[in-house]
Design a protein around this ligand. Structure first.
Ligand SMILES: Nc1ncnc2c1ncn2[C@@H]1O[C@H](COP(=O)(O)OP(=O)(O)OP(=O)(O)O)[C@@H](O)[C@H]1O
Length: 267
């Protein structure tokens, strides 16, 4: 899709918000690779081999391999790739939730990973969670009060009755995701990362969310969107990173990358 959001800004003054420089992420998983790992004998053999470090069943998963890119203000960047290709891992590293094994991530401003930053609680009502999520994102009580109704309206939680006064654990997964998105989107973010949030809502909610993503971009932030819906990516992003087996296969304009991806994966 043509991008005209930078119309007011002179070209050549692009401001970087995220720089990933040869980023490698490795997970370490305890207990992998040992036969009968739940049994007493397996536990005993682990104790006997305690001093052998990694050989006692710590498995490494090299989830992101040498990824480099620079993201700029006003960009909406889609992350695509087949299951397990490293998209969520890369987002979590950008958010500062995972350490890099090698390489560095530089960010300008505080990146917010949707769903994690909004640390919501199932036993509290939607109402209380709006306040909690807002506070967790650094909003003042006054700001939250001001935007409360907009958040509830945006989420659509109350469209079918007074659900906002019920505990969040009574919500369907779609309703929970919508409320999280509504809370996160109430604030203007320097860098907002959205992991599959749009897939859970119905079409009406998706359209509202996509509209809000476009607004957030205009407010000079950078938006990252992980999605398996090529349509959502096409409708919201102007640039796409394609990850496969942890490596960055392609980085370019949405149409170009999606066409190559669809050719390769048949979807
Ligand atoms: N907590 C974890 N511990 C160990 N390995 C993990 C962990 N989380 C992810 N992985 C592994 O890292 C690799 C990348 O996973 P990741 O969730 O980043 O992929 P993804 O592209 O987001 O996948 P999907 O599209 O299925 O959501 C996979 O091989 C996965 O098994």
């Amino acid at each position: 899709m043509a991008d005209d959001i930078d119309g007011a800004r002179p070209t050549g003054s692009r401001i970087p918000t995220v720089i990933a420089d040869d980023v490698h992420i490795v997970y370490r998983v305890n207990g992998g690779g040992v036969a009968g790992r739940g049994s007493a004998t397996a536990a005993l053999s682990r104790i006997l081999r305690r001093d052998k470090g990694e050989s006692r069943g710590v498995r490494k998963v090299h989830a992101v391999r040498g990824v480099s890119f620079t993201a700029y203000r006003g960009e909406a960047i889609g992350l695509i790739g087949t299951n397990g290709s490293g998209k969520s891992t890369l987002l979590r590293a950008i958010a500062g939730l995972l350490p890099t094994e090698h390489g560095k991530v530089y960010t300008d401003g505080q990146p917010s990973l949707l769903g994690v930053n909004a640390a919501l609680m199932g036993d509290l009502t939607g109402e209380r969670n709006v306040i909690l999520g807002g506070l967790a994102m650094g909003m003042s009580r006054e700001e939250i009060k001001e935007r409360y109704q907009d958040i509830v309206d945006f989420s659509g939680i109350n469209e079918k009755g007074d659900f906002i006064t019920l505990p969040m654990r009574t919500y369907s997964s779609g309703m929970g995701a919508r409320l999280r998105f509504a809370i996160a989107a109430a604030k203007n973010h320097d860098v907002l990362m959205i992991d599959e949030a749009l897939a859970t809502g119905d079409r009406k909610f998706q359209i509202r969310s996509e509209e809000r993503i476009r607004e957030l971009r205009k407010e000079a932030g950078t938006v990252f969107l992980v999605s398996h819906s090529n349509k959502s990516i096409r409708d919201t992003c102007d640039r796409v990173l394609w990850l496969e087996k942890g490596e960055l296969l392609m980085d370019g304009p949405t149409d170009e990358v999606l066409r190559a991806y669809e050719r390769e994966t048949g979807r």
